[in-house]
Design a protein around this ligand. Structure first.
Ligand SMILES: [Zn+2]
Length: 133
């Protein structure tokens, strides 16, 4: 896993254009926020990757059975190169495994989806406090 996989604070101009279209936000505003590193670049990039993926595949089953001039592995390879991330990281993004926008209802700490589902929205620490002894 390269540095680009884990650390990315700003978006490229190309990504900003895509995000502007996707969210209906003025490009100038996005650029300003991006310059000031106020954007959640990772989150936005993940959304862009998913959108690109959906656009390219139109649903995986269809792609596999039609005479498209590219196949599923090629789509993954293209996305991996475009966003400079590993294929494993890409798969995590597409399957939502690194979607960490869930927060503990009590302390506000970021928690994973499985944790969130298991505890009905608490981090492990706060969940421990709810156990009756
Ligand atoms: Zn908590």
């Amino acid at each position: 896993m390269g540095l680009a996989d884990t650390v990315q604070f700003t978006l490229r101009p190309k990504d900003l254009e895509k995000a502007s279209d996707m969210f209906g936000i003025e490009i100038a505003l996005l650029e300003r926020l991006n310059d000031q590193r106020l954007l959640n670049a990772t989150y936005i990039r993940n959304l862009l990757i998913r959108a690109d993926y959906e656009r390219l595949t139109s649903g995986l089953h269809w792609l596999e059975h039609q005479d498209k001039n590219y196949n599923f592995p090629e789509v993954l390879r293209a996305l991996s190169r475009e966003y400079n991330i590993s294929q494993q990281n890409l798969k995590d993004i597409l399957h939502g495994r690194n979607e960490s926008l869930l927060f503990c209802n009590r302390c506000g700490k970021r928690i994973g989806k499985s944790q969130y589902n298991r505890t009905k929205g608490f981090c492990s620490n706060c969940f421990a406090d709810t156990l009756e002894l």
